[in-house]
Ligand binder design. Structure first.
Ligand code: GLA
Length: 410
């Protein structure tokens, strides 16, 4: 679905579910239908390179997707927030009072994203208004394309659209990203980094963001016109990933303590290998992944600037190996799919490009960057191998295309 179609869908859902924007207790009625209704959109992202570096103050290079979350919003005057999310028979509903600040529900509840953002925005001094929200999205969940950051950032934008103070004193994109990150920590239980909400808050679809997670300095980079980004779904989803994710984060923190640095960003490869007391093998390999992955992001950004697809692809391939061997967040399905894709790039694109797992790991998607001219042949070959969903993002495409009928229904 295109971004504008998604926004129309959100608007239609709002009008169907909340035909009166004032509360039932109110005597005031809207002066015009549609008055003070807004529709906002926040994208998902695919991370090109820089995996498990963000929470180590490192470098990342995500690219925003035209897939994402659209929210239509209208005001309420009873101090409550009413939300409906999804479509058809999978519609989910939530309502709560804005005072006192809502508490989290049980782990895994989608409404925690809503409650968490209200709590974060209130704590930041935003006068969160009563609102009706109609939420629709077309990002697959659990595929490593950041559906939760897209949802959180869209919630912030929707509530800000109605907030009287926000128009005169709008919060920065970095503030919105920080709220989303903190909400995910405190309400959803995943100790994620800042990359996903920064990509959702700062980048336009099709653009890449070279982000330094230490100080949030960022540079937008264009994807060259003759390069194509493929997002290839392994179909594998794993439960309880946040447990594995949080464990990796703790191991990185332990590695930083061992090496006597504030974060692994401050470790260089000389110190990594020269430490008199080399840590245990697992701690060493976690640290080695982060140190080398930061270097690979630098190399990839350089390759992007020089329009060097071979060099960019080599960085992607090295990243996958390191995520497999050192960081241990790949699974057999993602290893096999990355290998098959790299073989196809070698055969059909003379090795111009590369593929690797993307996102937190333990399933999800492969990202491949390759010559646009070879993309159709490689996509066809992947479907023949049994892949179900592939999204294509290129400089010309306003939105990812998928030749898979299933993907169009998401
Ligand atoms: C998840 C997290 C991000 C990042 C990646 C791994 O997507 O939300 O913050 O840590 O994993 O790079």
């Amino acid at each position: 679905m295109s971004r504008s179609a998604l926004m129309h869908k959100a608007q239609a859902l709002l009008q169907r579910e909340f035909p009166h924007s004032t509360s039932p207790h109110s005597t005031r009625q809207k002066s015009h239908p549609g008055d003070r209704e807004y529709v906002v959109f926040a994208p998902g992202r695919v991370n090109l390179i820089g995996e498990h570096t963000d929470y180590n103050d490192g470098l990342v290079l995500p690219c925003a997707l035209p897939l994402g979350t659209a929210i239509a919003v209208s005001p309420r005057d009873d101090g409550e927030l009413h939300a409906v999310s999804g479509s058809g028979s999978t519609l989910r509903r939530e309502r709560f009072s804005l005072q006192p600040v809502p508490a989290p529900l049980e782990r895994g509840s989608w409404a925690n994203y809503l409650r968490g953002m209200v709590a974060e925005m209130s704590a930041a001094g935003i006068d969160v208004p009563g609102a009706n929200l109609a939420i629709v999205g077309d990002l697959p969940q659990g595929a490593g394309l950041s559906s939760s950051a897209s949802l959180s950032v869209a919630i912030a934008r929707a509530l800000l659209a109605l907030s009287p103070g926000a128009a005169s004193n709008p919060p920065s994109n970095a503030s919105i990203a920080r709220w989303a990150q903190s909400s995910e920590h405190r309400y959803a239980g995943c100790l994620c980094g800042i990359m996903d909400p920064m990509a959702a808050a700062c980048v336009a679809p099709g653009e890449a963001l070279l982000l330094d997670c230490q100080d949030l300095t960022a540079r937008t980079l264009a994807i060259p016109a003759d390069w194509t980004v493929l997002i290839i779904d392994s179909g594998a989803r794993r439960e309880l990933v946040s447990g594995e994710y949080n464990a990796r984060r703790a191991q990185c923190e332990a590695a930083a303590v061992h090496y006597g640095v504030r974060s692994l960003r401050e470790l260089d490869s000389v110190t990594l290998n020269a430490a008199r007391a080399v840590p245990d093998d697992t701690t060493f390999r976690r640290a080695r992944h982060v140190v080398h992955e930061n270097d690979r992001v630098r190399r990839a950004a350089e390759a992007l600037a020089q329009h060097d697809l071979k060099m960019f692809g080599a960085a992607l391939r090295d990243s996958h190996r390191s995520l497999h061997e050192d960081f241990e967040v790949t699974i057999p399905q993602t290893n096999e799919l990355a290998e098959q894709t790299n073989r196809l790039i070698d055969r059909h694109a003379h090795g111009q490009g590369g593929a690797r797992m993307t996102g937190g790991g333990f399933g999800g998607c492969i990202v491949a960057v390759l010559e646009s001219a070879a993309s159709a042949r490689i996509v066809t070959a992947l479907y023949r191998l049994g892949v179900n969903n592939i999204w294509t993002v290129s400089a010309e495409s306003e939105r990812p295309e998928s030749s898979a009928p299933e993907a169009n229904q998401r």
